[in-house]
Design a protein around this ligand. Sequence first.
Ligand code: PLP
Length: 430
Amino acid sequence: MRCDVAAHPSNRPITQENIASTEFWQLLDGETQEALEIVAPVLPFRTNSYVLSRLIDWDSAPDDPIYRLTFPHRDMLEPSEYERLRDVRRRGSPAEFALAVTEARAHLNPNSQGQSTLNVPLLDGRRMAGVQHKYHETALLFPAAGQTCFTNCTYCFRWAQFVGDPDLLFAAPDTSELVEYLRRTPEVTDVLVTGGDPMTMSARRLQDYIEPLLAPDLEHVQNIRIGTKAPASYPLRFFAEEDSDDLLRLLERVAKVRSLALMVHISHPVELSTLEAEEAIERLRNTGAVIRTQAPVLRHINDDPAVWAELWSSAVRLGITPYYMFVGRDTGAKAYFELPLVKVHEIYQEAYSKVTGLARSVRGPVMSATPGKVRVLGVQEVDGERVFVLDYLQARDPSLVRRPFFARYDPEATWFDQLRPLEGDEFRLL
Ligand SMILES: *Cc1c(COP(=O)(O)O)cnc(C)c1O
């Protein structure tokens, strides 16, 4: 059952502040209602009536994948942490609760994989605001005006961006610093505009950010990528809003002077199943942009090869190229979503074996770890010992890329830093 109470879905944010006054409140189970009071202050939830009315199947809630992707669950915190917050909330003052929330966040590894320490470049000796540069070819831009999303994913690895900690907020006021950096850094061929979701900005704002990147003296920046979940989280952005046509015209123009890649985050095939999503994708393709899809594998949401096979097949049918299948990162409610690498690899392998070669452009499963993007190629026996075979698809040090290496087999490992070399302290590249 879809809940069609919202005949005309809008992007008005639905958060813990106002959900009790919407028609969706009575659809939530009691446990979720309590979790909204206790977990949401730590991992804030935010969604809209499109997601709630078109994507969630309320007959399968609370186990519906989009429900889990949208609403906090008590198991997203350690049981002791949950109980502590619940007690402080009942007995303590608001200030004590706020302190407990801050402490709980600090336990959730907000700066995963050295994002704010290792990836921020310097310009004339100063750390750049809202720019990350990890791999030679690609610089990331975080427009200050685009650091929210139409819907927050409960597993988001950038959740710290949304809780207002100024140390963890990547936000560029404009593109001028990046432009100067790019002039001095000819190795950069790609700029990825990311967030948050840049499509939450008005067409005008987005244009202000992107236009300077199209300057003739930045011709080495051949590829403009935009990371977005809007075709899944609010496809009406591309046809029902006041500036939808302006936005499409902007994308058209970018696609004329550069190659434009939309890196679309699709977590589950149901997100591609609505008429609204189809309409959005058709319009986006008509701009000349190439659309690619990527997402992590997560328990409770998409830990099933049939789901991935359907996702990639639907993508190809709609003209979208499957790109990466990620391993969920070691941050936020990781314990709730994580799966052993062995299991993630099985899901990838089985799904991959079932789809058309046109969908086998997808690479995975990939961990975005501190040194680079590490792919799990499989499990093998070497000299009578079981091992993981891995390689780097991307690395801070490009000489590491695409050289297989082994790690000790560990059926429980869920992330790269839990893996050990066969001998000694370092992985030996083949
Ligand atoms: C994944 C990623 C990129 C892009 O890598 P591609 O393999 O070119 O898609 C760039 N920067 C960072 C920090 C990334 O994690």
